[in-house]
Ligand binder design. Structure first.
Ligand code: F6P
Length: 361
């Protein structure tokens, strides 16, 4: 009998519980293995006693897999190779994590995470000879070699619903309503939700914009008899001169946020239009996973366990051309999936007359 561990690492997103369920079902029903859920990513393996609990079939029968978040907990800070101690110094605790894997007597580990987490988990696996299989998750959808990562499609649904809710206010008040969405340096959420939600203007980090083009678009809408405009802005879009809007927390960590405020003011200056902005934030990460994310989670979880059964490690499961495949983790994290500015979605947006901020609309 094998004993496998599961951990979720990095920012949460919808669909994580559905992956944990799929792994557990496949491992117990398909192979008769034992499954351990490790709490709070690699932190659970650092703690003594190791912070993990045995998952059984009762975990899979409830409604948990329909819920957002991760029942195992997660963290996007505390890199074990440079772990921050209370006195402010950094310590390499990688050997503690490796020891935790051995103490749990694991034969393999399934790590569910984005590129940063997979990089850390892979380095740990290489150092300690751990048998690792990775599952991609991130609302940003920026991992290469997979068409989608878990959480992205739910985030798109949430952003699309937000646009549906903003449109009536835009029309009722003759306003330009701006929705700022997450996505880090990739504009996938903005582009896809913007098309789905009927946006007139979409700004993504991959396409530099000029305010003049946005003002012209709003003017052309007015001339066509439209009294409002709907706009989606990705959080990593900067000012026209390329400065990013960032929020600094008290621990000195910065993250994107707030560019829509600047853009709203610039639109008012240039067009006189009344503007409002909404920063959607973490709403995109929570809530029930969409049907598509539940299916992807089920496919990925099942395949990850089958890889372990075949003794195939250092692999990331991926979705390509309507099939589940696996690629080397190294390959997956070495690449980056930005929006293809010559791809079908950008062409579609342009074809619909959506302004992407450049001259090309
Ligand atoms: O990577 C996922 C993500 O939600 C990004 O889209 C966003 O920029 C960031 O994480 C927010 O991180 P935090 O949860 O630390 O605020």
């Amino acid at each position: 009998m094998k004993r496998i561990g599961i951990l979720t690492s990095g920012g949460d997103c919808a669909g994580l519980n559905a992956v944990i369920r799929a792994i557990t079902l496949r491992a117990i029903q398909g192979y008769g293995w034992e499954v351990y859920g490790i709490h709070q990513g690699t932190h659970g393996l650092m703690r003594r006693p190791v912070d993990a609990s045995k998952l059984d079939l009762s975990f899979c029968t409830g409604s948990l897999f329909r819920e957002g978040g991760t029942v195992l907990g997660t963290t996007n800070k505390g890199d074990p190779f440079a772990f921050p101690l209370p006195d402010g110094t950094l310590k390499d605790l990688s050997e503690n994590v490796i020891e935790g894997y051995r103490l749990l007597k694991l034969d393999a580990l399934v790590g569910i995470g984005g590129d940063g987490s997979q990089d850390i988990l892979r380095r740990l696996a290489q150092q300690g000879g751990l048998n690792l299989v990775a599952i991609p998750k991130t609302i940003d959808d920026d991992l290469s070699h997979t068409e989608h990562s878990i959480g992205f499609m739910t985030a798109v649904d949430v952003a699309t619903e937000a646009l549906d809710r903003l449109q009536p206010t835009a029309a009722s008040h003759d306003r330009v309503m701006i929705l700022e969405v997450m996505g880090r340096d990739a504009g996938h959420i903005a582009l896809v939700s913007g098309i789905a939600g009927g946006a007139d203007i979409i700004l993504i980090p991959e396409i530099p914009y000029q305010m003049k083009n946005i003002a012209d678009k709003i003017q052309s809408l007015r001339e066509a008899g439209r009294n409002f405009a709907l706009m989606v802005v990705s959080e990593a879009v900067g000012t026209e001169t390329g400065e990013k809007a960032k929020i600094m927390d008290l621990e000195g960590r910065s993250r994107y946020g707030g560019i829509s405020h600047h853009i709203a003011n610039r639109i008012t200056e240039l067009t006189g239009a009344e503007t409002r902005f909404t920063v959607l934030g973490h709403v995109q990460r929570g809530g029930q996973p969409s049907a598509q994310d539940r299916v992807l989670a089920s496919v990925f979880g099942t395949h990850a366990v089958d890889l372990i059964a075949q003794g195939k490690f250092d692999r990331m499961v991926a979705w390509q051309n309507r099939h589940v495949v696996d690629v080397s983790i190294q390959q997956a994290i070495a690449g980056y999936q930005a929006v293809d500015i010559h791809g079908s979605l950008v062409k579609t947006a342009r074809g619909l007359g959506i302004c992407l901020g450049d001259e090309n609309f």
